[in-house]
Ligand binder design. Sequence first.
Ligand SMILES: *Cc1c(COP(=O)(O)O)cnc(C)c1O
Length: 281
Amino acid sequence: MSQLQLHGFDPKADLLEWLPHDGETDLRLEDLQQMLDQHGNSIALLLLPGVQYYNGQVMDMAALCGMAADAGCKIGLDLAHAIGNVPLELHDWAPDFAAWCTYKYLNSGPGAIGGAFVHSRHLGKREAATLLGWWGHEESMRFRMAPTFTPAQGIEQWQLSNPPILSLAPVVASLQVFAEAGLDNLCDKSAQLTSYLDYLLQASFSGQIHSITPATARGCQLSLTVIDPDRDARQVFAKLERQNVIADWREPNVIRVAPAPLYNSYEDVYEFSQRLGTALG
Ligand SMILES: *Cc1c(COP(=O)(O)O)cnc(C)c1O
């Protein structure tokens, strides 16, 4: 909203929101398509999630990018809940840009440096709004301090200055662990862990707990609701916390749980279901 204001627009009139239908939680592509058909030529930017934070829905990012391209809209992906959680093919899907933090699945701690992707089709263009810094200069000539700017090859030309090394250090350490484990292995384990969690929930709590996360489009997160409207779901969450379960509460009524494949085990998932049983009483 403040971005819109900064650029002289009125958020009330100029922000278009892609929302689920009443009584649903999944975002439907056909609704976005309808919005594009109606407003496509006045939309400056589509800013969309890779994985929706509330219901854990993994978006069909290739489709989103294709729809944006067909409508002639720029598209940026918010990958805060996608990076380190689901496979990404950013170059091939070809959003204009993407951005992410590194303190969720990438474990780098709050305040660690974030990440950004700019598609290579934007490289080498001298768009008026492009800021350039000396660290984006072709390296071999950087220290000549010439009055002209010779861009480095590739994405390096977008670097403005030195990265902050202290907040970069945990990201480097984390990415080394990810490289060692292998994202394919992690995604395989993730699918199994989360399926196991889903199975235990259905086997033990089918009338009590419901996952709103689409089973066919999910990473490791399940967003759980307490079915009985007379039960205080917030109390269930508090009782989980008291048993040292690290989950997360999202208003109005969702408990997000995410068995992260890098460090959570099948035993952890089983333990969670036991403690959920205790929390439900
Ligand atoms: C966490 C998160 C971000 C990143 O937030 P910063 O703290 O500003 O890095 C962005 N989008 C969503 C949906 C998030 O959940």
